[in-house]
Write a protein that binds this ligand. Structure first.
Ligand code: NAP
Length: 289
């Protein structure tokens, strides 16, 4: 039977570290603060927001919510971001995406101050992740994958890793971060020929496809570690499932992250880590003046 790599111990370790650092910042009169910009009332945004509020409390991070109506204009959104940029007491900003169709995400990405971009919205952050240089933060979910693998001591240097999915928020940044850890990375997508073979050949398999239980026995082999980022609603089962067929994986692989209670629970902890880091940097810039 495969080992289950739960997210909770990883999230707890990151949160405790944040709380310690937030305590030290408090001694300097600084409260790490995150602004959360939400346009509309999408159920998954509201659910993520509730989760991050709980996590923030444990991490010693203060959260300011900026809730805009679904009908909000681009100007109003840009004004909200401009205010956040100018407010020195706010260290990080998360904007829920996707935005309603009439709003221009590209313009927003150029408007947010890169130093406050804690979830890799801006081009400057993306350049950092892809070049390995600079101070830009990676997308929280992509970094959560790396944190899970590191926490459970999965060797990455020299390992063959297959990443399935090439989105800018998960697949591509994960692949870059894995290469930075000296893994040999194969990236797969919907046009990949013989996906099963690429999956079987991997020592570590990262799934970010958004296809319920798409990866089953044919794509797995003994000894593998699988990180399942997928979150899919299974109508038949009436519950959330990953991209991995967990039942098949149980009998074959060495270990995998369950869905739910896997990578998803680490994402908000990584977000808090980014906010605390942004606050530490802001303080050190002030003391260097
Ligand atoms: P996305 O933008 O839709 O990208 C999906 C990727 O998977 C694309 O690159 C696509 O290939 C590839 N793909 C789709 N079907 C495939 C198939 N049959 N074979 C091979 N590749 C296939 O999704 P995303 O935003 O990256 O999210 C991926 C999953 O992660 C979703 O289930 C999402 O809900 C979940 N998620 C989890 C968290 C978390 O905290 N755990 C956070 C965010 C998202 P093409 O590029 O060729 O289309």
């Amino acid at each position: 039977m495969a080992e289950l790599l739960y997210g909770a111990p990883v999230a707890t370790a990151i949160t405790e570290d944040c709380a310690g650092r937030a305590g030290r910042l408090a001694n300097e009169g600084v409260t790490p603060t995150l602004a959360v910009v939400r346009v509309g009332e999408r159920a998954d945004d509201l659910s993520y927001e509730r989760g991050l509020m709980k996590r923030a409390e444990k991490a010693g991070v203060s959260v300011r919510r900026v809730c805009l109506p679904e009908s909000c204009s681009q100007t109003r959104l840009m004004d909200a971001v401009a205010q956040i940029n100018e407010d020195a007491s706010v260290h990080g900003c998360l904007v829920f995406r996707p935005l309603p169709a009439l709003l221009d995400e590209g313009a927003l990405a150029h408007a947010l101050a890169p130093s406050k971009d804690v979830d890799c919205l801006t081009p400057a952050s993306l350049v950092s992740v892809f070049s390995g240089a600079g101070e830009g933060f990676a997308p929280c979910t992509a970094e959560a994958v790396i944190r899970v693998l590191t926490h459970y001591g999965v060797p990455l240097a020299g390992a063959n890793v297959t990443v399935v999915g090439r989105s800018l928020v998960i697949g591509r940044p994960v692949a870059m971060m894995l290469q930075a850890k000296d893994a040999t990375v194969t990236m797969c997508h919907s046009k990949t020929a013989d996906l099963e073979r690429h999956c079987r050949e991997a020592d570590v398999l990262v799934l970010a496809m958004g296809r319920a239980r798409a990866i089953g026995a044919d794509a797995l082999r003994a000894g593998q570690v699988v990180v399942d980022v997928g979150i899919n609603w299974d109508e038949k089962a009436g519950r959330l499932v990953g991209d991995l067929d967990a039942q098949a994986a149980d009998a074959i692989v060495a270990a995998y992250t369950p869905v739910p209670r896997g990578v998803g629970s680490v994402t908000t902890a990584v977000l808090m880590d980014h906010v605390v880091t942004a606050a530490e940097r802001a303080l050190s810039h002030v003391s260097q003046r």
